[in-house]
Design a protein around this ligand. Structure first.
Ligand code: MD6
Ligand code: FE
Length: 207
């Protein structure tokens, strides 16, 4: 586990290929129950370029009318979110250094053109827990900024199987995904990645 900035730790290749494939099978099942949806921005209603779903007791959603929030139901099916896959709970136990399990696992799916603009994750009531992020599929250019939007930022690559935690002094740093990188290595075999793409999972404490 490398500390890239105070509180920002990167564990490259934490999940080996077999573990990534096992996790993908779990996600295929979760997405069959809780389909990917396209969130929209508060006020403007502009669609995100990523599609999302969640696992766990709570899930993060956004739409024009009600903005960013956590809720216990899928916004389109009205069903509870499926459980967080046990391998992710184990990764949290191993790496989060926090005495309670995650309450939400946000699943972000990036098609080849998707990106995530610079943001802070601050819809949680408690910032003492880290956020743990898992990457699957295509590599991406990840940008880590500072505590203010205008602060300088650094860029590094996140690859399939990597786990990153943002905690402590890094918990509220701005960050985003500039773009996916060309897929050079063979893709992970999954209907989810039929046209390439990337999945990012973020485990969070909410309340
Ligand atoms: C992504 N990640 O990697 C977007 N948020 O696709 C995030 O927005 C993120 O990686 C909080 C903590 C870690 C993250
Ligand atoms: Fe984030």
């Amino acid at each position: 586990m490398a500390e890239i900035e105070p509180g920002a730790r990167l564990c490259s290749g934490y999940f080996d290929e077999a573990a990534q494939i096992a996790l993908l099978r779990e996600l295929e099942k979760a997405i069959a129950r809780a389909p990917l949806f396209t969130p929209t921005m508060p006020r403007t209603g502009r669609p995100f370029s990523v599609r999302m779903t969640n696992c766990g007791p709570l899930g993060w959603v956004s739409d024009r009318a009600r903005g960013y929030r956590y809720q216990d139901r899928h916004p389109e099916t009205g069903e509870p979110w499926p459980p967080i896959p046990p391998v992710l709970l184990a990764a949290w136990e191993a790496l989060a250094d926090y005495p309670h399990p995650p309450q939400a696992c946000l699943v972000n799916f990036y098609g080849r053109e998707a990106r995530m603009s610079l943001h802070q994750d601050r819809d949680e009531a408690d910032f003492s827990a880290p956020i743990l992020s898992v990457s699957l599929g295509a590599d991406c250019r990840f940008r880590l900024g500072g505590g203010k939007r205008a602060d300088s930022s650094r860029v590094f690559v996140l690859s399939s199987g990597d786990v990153m935690t943002l905690g402590g002094p890094a918990r509220l740093r701005f960050h985003g995904v500039d773009r996916l990188l060309p897929e050079l290595a063979p893709k992970l075999a999954s209907p989810l990645f039929a046209e390439g793409g990337r999945i990012n999972l973020t485990l969070r404490r909410v309340t």
